[in-house]
Design a protein around this ligand. Structure first.
Ligand code: FMN
Length: 503
């Protein structure tokens, strides 16, 4: 009781005093005449490139009209410049003036000095203990925030109901192109109650007319894989769903969606861009539609756009963090910060979708063990999506040499490469990756698979590199892999993974 009371007093006074000290430091600044809210607004604008009003409002969690009033004052005080961009006069961008940047610098300095003073008399061991204790307290309060949204739901993978369908075990196997997740892997996952995902990316790569008529070959193979997977699980007693992953950046996106619906798929998952047209593309079918997002802002935009235009909301949302395999929804320079905020982002998205009843949040990127699953659940996830762990399964459709590359990889072999579509991609450092890092490998042939890719400028042909890997030519191939691929040290079955994660 004594300890409880002391801890409570310490936390309350710590919170009040830090705020007071900060407020006083700002008030007593000889150089700047700013309030604490104004300093925090300047910090949110940041010292880098100009930002839109919407971006800054989102990071401060206020609406744009409140921000506009604050920015008016900061412009008058000459701390912020505001301008409309010439390409689209509706968009207003704001950036710090020299004076604004100086105020942010002064404030940062105040924080560093304060912390340095706090730890000045502590030795290394004491600093470590302090850090660990504070981390525990911080994580506790974060989880309290989730509790207010999620209630006291147990940290277990609980069945999900999406309208008229149930997913007995909320484990989604990530869609993995080219040729990594096809009918066999997806059927195995759905058989044990999860969501098995077929990747539509260049799925027709083994069809005889793939090079002459890529669209026809891909659509034919997509339909065949969906039908095979559905057939394989039709008598399974506790089955989950068969989904397809269709990247929004794919050429002929709408035709792939139409083909998947026609073949009887249960769910369509789309990332690599915000899939704004997806509700229109599935028309009136009962297929479930699930976007992949990398931030609460992206989730909010999709919900707003779909509701307004189609009177529809997502059936679930997948948040994919920066540790995932394949193309990442972050710029390379954002990866580290995004990972630091991975669990905060789970909470933010959960809060963003709190008004959508029955819209679960599925979390992906670096989820590998049961502990990873539980941690994601403790921050508000309702389920997980895993790619990397399913690659080294007996059922995974890819060439054995691809799986071998995972089994042989060490932590140092994990790489982030530039993809020709402009996003970074996470992969294993194969000889091909090393060659690309040294210089451009001009594409020989282009079937214009992804809209943002331009063959004339591309550092290499991503389809050819992924195709080589899918066919077992690792020397000349790009082996996409999540940050945990080096942890694979044995082949498993899908059943073993489900048992491990749900026991
Ligand atoms: C080999 C491989 C290929 C992938 N291909 C795609 C893809 O074509 N489209 C997509 O949206 N995500 C793709 N991903 C991402 C996965 O669907 C999944 O969300 C991600 O890998 C989850 O992170 P984890 O691998 O750490 O579990 C790929 C991942 C891997 C490992």
């Amino acid at each position: 009781m004594e300890t409880t009371k002391k801890l409570n007093d310490i936390l309350v006074s710590l919170f009040n005093n830090v705020l007071k000290v900060e407020e006083d430091a700002i008030k007593n600044s000889s150089r700047h005449n700013l309030s604490i809210t104004e300093v925090h607004t300047l910090t949110a604008i940041g010292k880098g490139k100009a930002k839109t009003m919407t971006q800054v409002a989102a990071s401060l969690k206020i609406n744009v009209s409140t921000l506009t009033a604050a920015i008016n004052k900061l412009v008058d005080k000459k701390y912020v410049n505001r301008h409309r961009i010439p390409e689209d006069r509706r968009i207003v961008k704001i950036e710090l003036t020299e004076e604004g940047a100086e105020a942010v610098r002064e404030h940062e300095e105040f924080h560093w000095n304060m912390i340095n003073d706090v730890i000045a008399d502590l030795n290394e061991e004491e600093q470590t203990v302090l850090l660990q204790s504070l981390e525990t307290i911080r994580d506790f309060f974060k989880r309290q925030r989730v509790r207010t949204i999620k209630g006291d739901a147990p940290l277990k993978l609980m069945p999900l109901t999406l309208g008229d369908v149930t997913i007995p075990v909320p484990i989604f196997q990530g869609g993995m192109g080219i040729g990594v997740s096809l009918s066999r892997l997806s059927a195995a996952v759905a058989k044990y109650g999860g969501v098995g995902v077929i990747s539509a990316a260049q799925i027709g790569f083994l069809e005889p007319d793939f090079y002459s008529k890529p669209k026809d070959a891909n659509i034919r193979a997509l339909k065949r894989n969906i039908r095979e997977a559905k057939e394989a699980i039709k008598d399974a007693p506790n089955k989950g769903l068969i989904a397809v992953n269709i990247m929004y950046a794919s050429r002929n996106y709408d035709e792939f969606v139409e083909a998947a619906v026609e073949a009887g798929v249960d769910m369509i998952i789309s990332g690599a861009g915000l899939p704004m047209s997806l509700p229109g593309d599935v028309k009136n079918s009962k297929v479930k539609i699930v976007p992949i997002v990398s931030s609460a802002r992206a989730a909010g935009l999709i919900i707003k756009n779909w509701s307004k235009k189609y009177n529809r909301v997502p059936d679930a949302i997948i948040y994919e963090g920066p540790m995932a395999g394949g193309h990442l929804g972050f710029k390379e320079e954002q990866l580290e910060e995004a990972q630091e905020h991975f669990y905060d982002t789970i909470m933010e998205i959960k809060e963003e979708i709190e008004d959508l009843p029955g819209c679960p949040l599925i979390v992906a990127g670096g989820i590998y063990t049961k502990e990873d699953v539980q941690k994601a659940l403790s921050y508000g996830a309702d389920g997980v999506q895993m790619g990397t762990r399913f690659v080294t399964t007996e059922e995974c459709d890819v060439h054995p040499k691809f799986k071998e590359a995972y089994l042989n990889a060490s932590k140092e072999d994990m790489a982030v490469i530039k993809s020709p579509v402009g996003m970074p991609g996470r992969a294993i450092k194969t000889p091909f990756v090393e060659r690309v890092e040294k210089g451009r490998i001009p594409p020989v042939k282009c079937n214009r698979c992804l809209i943002p890719c331009k063959a004339e400028e591309a550092p290499y042909c991503i389809t050819q590199a992924l195709l080589n890997a899918a066919k077992g030519d690792i020397e000349n191939g790009l082996v996409f892999a999540g940050s945990n691929a080096y942890r694979s040290n044995k082949m498993e079955t899908v059943e073993e993974i489900f048992r491990d994660l749900t026991s």
